[in-house]
Design a protein around this ligand. Structure first.
Ligand SMILES: O=C[C@H](O)[C@H](O)COP(=O)(O)O
Ligand SMILES: C=C(OP(=O)(O)O)C(=O)O
Length: 366
């Protein structure tokens, strides 16, 4: 009888992994596209400004606004140029941070953002996605705009987080220990959204977990799996985005959520997302929600530290399914320039008008 050793046996028990392709390490991408000294200074100063607004020390309103997702960097940059001008115009009242969302969580399936599938054709060229996202962020940051993103893949944070001044954990991942641990080590303020079912408690739990020191598995800048030890993120805060049971931007749910945060020893000042379940994903309704919030801010409501809005060059959204793209076709030429391929966004003109209204509300409150 012959004895088969473990090494001779080599039975592959990975039955469903079809392929593994190595990516450049974070250190390699950061060396290729570094944050310059002036940019680094601006990014860190913006983080401090966001902190000051969240605590109420800076009496401006935080406005996190921009496309639901950026699928075309040229259109994203054209938007950023207009937003940078509006941000400058209202800098006395508003701290404007641009949504630079390159990773999309999906309810079931769909395009998962430019990092995952930069050619929008199901080819999933993530090396190019990470590079394009980083190039975009550096260019937008050069316009003087602080940037916001949702941290979705825990690994991608190593490639992009140094350019970000405000981060979010989405409704679908707020309850995830992995994401809470990640936030505990991120350098910028990060908001946790209430759950898709409307639960605010999961986001309060998340803020508590993220503000504590954590030890977990991650990757180093050199791309090695590593033990990561973090200090805890004391700038974790709550974002109300509505849920399956309806919107939660009205005075009462905001006051309740704020009181619950305070009882948990967390920042009672919250951010209200005018989109998602607070608008039923309607860009028209989103404008109405912002106007209602502006009225309350003007009347002196201090529980609202900031608002989030989805806005792009062209109003609305268009459908895009990477599975239906024919090989070799020029995807962008089939899409409307400057219009979202994920959730419906307000167009630029309406967005500029609402920024004026919000700035007026902050002035009225003073
Ligand atoms: O913000 C974007 C979407 O709301 C989120 O990614 C979920 O999208 P889906 O329900 O279309 O998958
Ligand atoms: C996905 C997003 O939001 P939510 O997690 O609230 O659905 C988003 O802001 O892009």
């Amino acid at each position: 009888m012959s004895i088969v050793t473990a090494t001779e046996q080599r039975i592959n028990t990975n039955e469903r992994v079809l392929g593994i392709t190595e990516l450049p390490t974070p250190a390699e991408l950061l060396a290729e596209l570094p944050v310059g000294d002036a940019q680094g200074y601006r990014i860190m100063r913006a983080r401090q400004e966001v902190r000051a607004v969240l605590s109420g020390l800076d009496e401006r309103l935080l406005v996190i606004i921009g496309p639901c997702s950026i699928h075309d960097p040229a259109a994203g940059l054209e938007y950023a140029v207009s937003l940078a001008a509006a941000a400058k115009e209202h800098e006395g009242e508003l701290l404007v941070v641009m949504r630079s969302y390159f990773e999309k969580p999906r309810t079931t399936v769909g395009w998962k953002g430019l990092v995952n599938d930069p050619h929008l054709d199901g080819s999933h060229d993530m090396a190019s996605g990470l590079r394009t996202a980083r190039e975009f962020m550096l260019a937008a940051s050069d316009l003087g705009l602080p940037l916001a993103t949702e941290f979705l893949e825990p690994i991608s944070a190593q490639y992009l987080s140094d350019v970000i001044s405000w981060g979010a954990i989405g409704a679908r991942t707020t309850e995830s220990q992995t994401h809470r641990q990640l936030v505990s080590g991120l350098s910028m303020p990060v908001g946790f959204k209430n759950g898709t079912d409307g639960s605010v408690q999961v986001a309060i739990d998340a803020c508590q977990a993220a503000s504590a020191p954590q030890s977990f598995m991650g990757i180093s800048e050199e791309g090695r799996t590593s033990i990561v030890e973090t200090a805890g993120n004391q700038d974790a805060h709550l974002i109300l985005r509505g849920g399956a049971d309806g919107p939660n931007f009205a005075e009462e749910p905001v006051a309740q959520a704020s009181a619950a945060m305070e009882s948990a020893g967390m920042n009672p000042r919250v951010i209200v997302d005018a989109s998602h379940a607070n608008s039923g994903k309607s860009h028209v309704r989103q404008g109405e929600v912002i106007e209602a919030l502006a009225e309350r801010i003007a009347a002196g409501d201090h529980t609202i530290a900031g608002i989030m809005a989805e806005s792009f060059l062209v109003a609305g959204a268009q459908k895009h399914d990477p599975d239906l793209v024919a090989a070799g076709s020029d995807v962008l030429s089939h899409l409307t320039y400057g219009q979202s391929v994920t959730d419906a966004c307000m167009g630029w003109d309406k967005s500029a008008e609402l920024l004026e209204i919000l700035a007026g509300a902050v002035r009225a409150a003073r």
